[in-house]
Design a protein. Structure first.
Length: 280
């Protein structure tokens, strides 16, 4: 979970006053600086934490409908400073941005915790935690934070391993979305008899409709497998390597062969339609 810190943004000339106020140690000087700060006009996003803290501190505010527009108010001179999230500030303010004449103060106004919500019992939370932990461990999060100048807001991510749900997995649902499962029908496996070996392509291989993509060997024969629709192989069923008879046991579940991402919109029959065609 990352922390996003609301920061003050202002023109360099205006910021020098706020910065001087933070650097002094005496209470009198701090009070003077706070008094001067309250005389400024701050652009804030309506309904944001920035607006909340500005009003709580008695600041003069101009409320706009986005943080980007808050920066525009400062640029146009209709506000002295803007209060926005530090992550956005790092990306949009300073040299090489659209606002090179604005700068970020070192004054921290407040902190917020942002998180990702998942349904109760979902394995998606475990997956997200593991991804964040890995990204922190290998330096990806730090490099990203440095790119946007917000490394001070980076929060250490504890080690976490993904634990998938045995059933009703949200992670698997997301992975499967937009893919098709390829295999043979119950009629086909019955005609082949006991299956001894299934030869399948690796993930990443691409095939056109009706292309041969593998073979299946049974006690009776060796048969070619043909792709019903053009697409790229996303995953193959590794379990068939050690137990090819899964195709015989349940060809529509554990005995699936490939998962592909189609490159065309397929017009395919359902299992019931296929069964009706055979019986008709």
């Amino acid at each position: 979970m990352k922390k996003f810190v609301a920061m003050l943004l202002a023109l360099v000339m205006t910021l020098s006053l706020a910065a001087c106020g933070q650097k002094n140690d005496t209470n009198d000087t701090k009070d003077d600086a706070n008094s001067d700060t309250k005389e400024l006009t701050y652009a804030v996003e309506a309904g944001s934490a920035g607006e909340e803290v500005a009003l709580a501190n008695g600041y003069n505010v101009v409320s706009v409908d986005s943080q980007a527009k808050a920066l525009m108010e400062v640029q146009a001179g209709t506000a002295d400073a803007a209060i926005i999230d530090s992550l956005m500030a790092g990306a949009m303010v300073g040299e090489g941005t659209s606002y090179p004449n604005l700068t970020i103060t070192d004054q921290k106004l407040t902190e917020e915790l942002y998180g990702v919500g998942c349904r109760k019992g979902s394995d998606l939370a475990s997956f997200i935690n593991s991804v964040m932990a890995d990204a922190y461990a290998d330096g990806v999060l730090e490099a990203t934070a440095e790119t946007y100048g917000v490394q001070a807001a980076l929060v250490e991510q504890p080690a976490s391993e993904f634990t998938a749900s045995e059933s009703d997995s949200d992670v698997q649902y997301i992975k499967d979305k937009g893919t098709l499962v390829i295999g043979i029908t119950d009629f086909a496996q019955d005609q082949l008899g006991e299956i001894l070996f299934v030869d399948l392509p690796d993930a990443g291989a691409s095939f056109g409709a009706d292309d041969e993509f593998g073979t299946v060997e049974s006690l009776k024969t060796v048969s070619s497998l043909y792709m019903p629709v053009a697409g790229e192989v996303v995953e193959r069923n590794e379990a068939l390597e050690g137990k090819p008879t899964l195709v015989n046991l349940n060809c529509y579940a554990d005995g699936w062969m490939l998962r592909i991402r189609p490159t065309e919109t397929p017009a395919l029959m359902t299992a019931a339609d296929y069964r009706s065609q055979l019986e008709g």
